[in-house]
Design a protein around this ligand. Sequence first.
Ligand code: THU
Length: 127
Amino acid sequence: MKYPIKEAFEAKEKAYAPYSNFKVGAALLCEDGRIYRGCNIENASYPVTICAERVAMAAAVADGNTKFKAIVITGGDNYCSPCGLCRQALAEFADGDFKVVLAKNETESKVYKLSELLPESFNLKND
Ligand code: THU
C-alpha cells in the first residue's frame, strides 16, 4: 500500500498553530483511493483546538467517505503519535487492519495498526 506521506507534509504547511507553534499534518487514505487532508487548527480559547487527524476525518465523513484504510501523521521534527482522543475518534470508523503511519520525513516512517495503539477501545457493544 502506498501511504500518502507527501500529502501529510503538504497539510502540515497549512497548520494554524500560533499558540503552540507545533504544526501537525494528516492525510487520510480511504478505500476508494481518495485522500483527505487535515491540519491542526488552534484557538485563543485553547481547548477549542482541533487536531489534524480529526480535521482530516471530518473532511472525509462530510464527503460521504467512511471507509478508512490508513492515516499518515506528521508533526514537529520527529515522529508524532496521535493523542488518545484522536485514537478513539479513528476507532469509530477503522476496522482491525487500519494503519497509522507516523512519518518523521518523506523517507522515514513507522507503521502501526490502530488496535496496537488503542487496544480494547470503547464501543457500545462491549465486544
Ligand atoms: N495535535 C494534533 O494535531 N494531533 C495530535 O494527535 C496531538 C496534538 C495538535 C494540537 C495542538 O494544536 C498541538 O498539536 C500541540 O498540542
